[in-house]
Design a binder for this molecule. Structure first.
Ligand SMILES: [Zn+2]
Length: 186
């Protein structure tokens, strides 16, 4: 079910920016946010030191409690989708026994890559807070900014060879879904 999505993209590092300090009253960041971000950063550092994956961590908070932890596990799990946000979202959804993270805040040590941002939109949390940004990740050798730029291109202009096939065969699936009486929308 489509619901109103109200995500606040709050760069955590702006805590140290003069702009933030001047406008602190108008921003939604509070001391608890800082503590949760420190927890995410600790997770990221632990995963990196233990060679579990890249230097990324994320947590999901619901009603003041951490219900999802994620450190990047891409290399240790041979899983390109095992980004910190995805790992944390899966744990949080399992905890809530829900495919939605309503009323949750996601804290992540880096601006989510397009995959994770998509997952976050699908999970529909109330809020998102990130620390470093896509440019910082790019400097460290990660593809976040490259993928963001690819997404803005038309499919035929992307580096990934992409073709369309079988639309007429696939379209009936939507009609069948539309007619399905016991479907569960998400
Ligand atoms: Zn990601």
């Amino acid at each position: 079910m489509k619901v109103g999505l109200n995500l606040f993209f709050v760069p955590y590092r702006s805590l140290t920016d003069p702009f933030f300090q001047q406008n602190q009253q108008s921003m939604s960041i509070n001391q608890q946010d800082v503590e949760f971000m420190q927890e995410a950063i600790a997770l990221a550092r632990r995963g990196m030191i233990l060679n579990i994956g890249g230097p990324f961590g994320a947590i999901v908070v619901h009603q003041g409690s951490i219900i999802g932890h994620g450190m990047n596990r891409v290399t240790s799990h041979n899983d390109p989708t095992a980004h910190a946000e995805i790992v944390a979202i899966r744990e949080a959804c399992a905890h809530l026994e829900s495919y939605q993270l309503t009323e949750c805040t996601i804290y992540t040590t880096c601006e989510p890559c397009p995959m994770c941002l998509g997952a976050i939109y699908w999970a529909r949390p109330a809020r998102l807070v990130y620390a470093a940004d896509r440019n910082d990740a790019s400097v460290a050798g990660f593809d976040d900014d490259y993928i963001y730029r690819e997404i803005q291109l038309l499919p035929g202009d992307r580096h990934l060879p992409t073709e369309s096939l079988g639309r007429a065969l696939a379209l009936p699936l939507f009609k069948e879904w539309d007619a399905k009486k016991d479907k569960q929308m998400y």
